[in-house]
Design a protein around this ligand. Structure first.
Ligand code: GRF
Length: 222
């Protein structure tokens, strides 16, 4: 029998996407072993969710380190100790430095609340509304040294309604993000996706457009 796919998840806040992964695992939808949850925020609710699920937790308060390099060094060691197959950034609000990324290049993914390449960085909901966009969404991409700039694996799209504000848009996107993260991890656990030379390869072929989350909760090519 194959060993379960091992993942380390990094969170800074609520951890609702982490919870979606825990739930999908418990429902036997994904053969994912979350071996470690790491947060840079002691009070992150995601840590409680992980502890409740019996997952090892660690906290690295970035403010307690002399500088970014010291923090990155500690984070890098902590991640590597578990030897994960995949590192999932699920609401991790720190920039990933080269020291952290290095050993996990091609094995680290990030969930971002926009249809990348639109709206890297923060405040994506308001920026989409202010631009008069008719749709918004979420992306999962391989992490590179460029903030929110790595190759996009999968996306989910939702409409923007005229009455939307950033809060209502974020609220509507949240459950869609949960489906997206689970469906994307499903591709990883099935060994269907990899990153080669900066390209996303799915089922052995270069992906020209991100996979798209469909109403059935699964990813399809566009
Ligand atoms: C999500 O909206 C994600 O797109 C962003 O941070 C949020 C994390 O939410 N990067 P949660 O902590 O998983 O509830």
């Amino acid at each position: 029998m194959n060993e379960a796919f091992k993942a380390t998840v990094l969170v800074s806040g609520t951890g609702s996407n982490l919870q979606a992964l825990i739930d999908a695992r418990q429902a036997n939808r994904i053969d994912l072993d979350i071996i470690h949850v790491i947060s840079n925020v002691t009070a992150a609710k995601g840590l409680v969710r992980a502890a409740n699920a019996g997952i090892r937790i660690s906290v690295l308060e970035h403010g307690t380190f002399a500088d970014r390099d010291e923090f990155d060094r500690a984070l890098s060691l902590l991640i590597a100790a578990g030897d994960p197959d995949l590192v999932i950034l699920a609401g991790f609000m720190r920039i990933i430095g080269p020291r952290v990324l290095g050993p996990f290049n091609g094995k680290m993914i990030n969930l971002h609340p926009s249809l990348l390449p639109l709206y890297r960085g923060t405040n994506t909901y308001q920026r989409a509304i202010d631009a008069g966009d008719s749709q918004h969404g979420a992306s999962i991409h391989f992490v590179t040294e460029e903030l929110d700039g790595g190759p996009v694996i999968a996306q989910a799209i939702i409409p923007i309604f005229s009455e939307d504000d950033s809060q209502s848009l974020a609220q509507r996107l949240s459950p869609v993000e949960h489906s997206l993260v689970v469906a994307t991890v499903e591709f990883f656990t099935a060994h269907r996706v990899e990153c080669i030379d900066g390209n996303v390869i799915v089922d052995g072929e270069k992906l020209e457009k991100p996979l798209q989350l469909q109403a059935d909760g699964h990813l399809h090519t566009q």
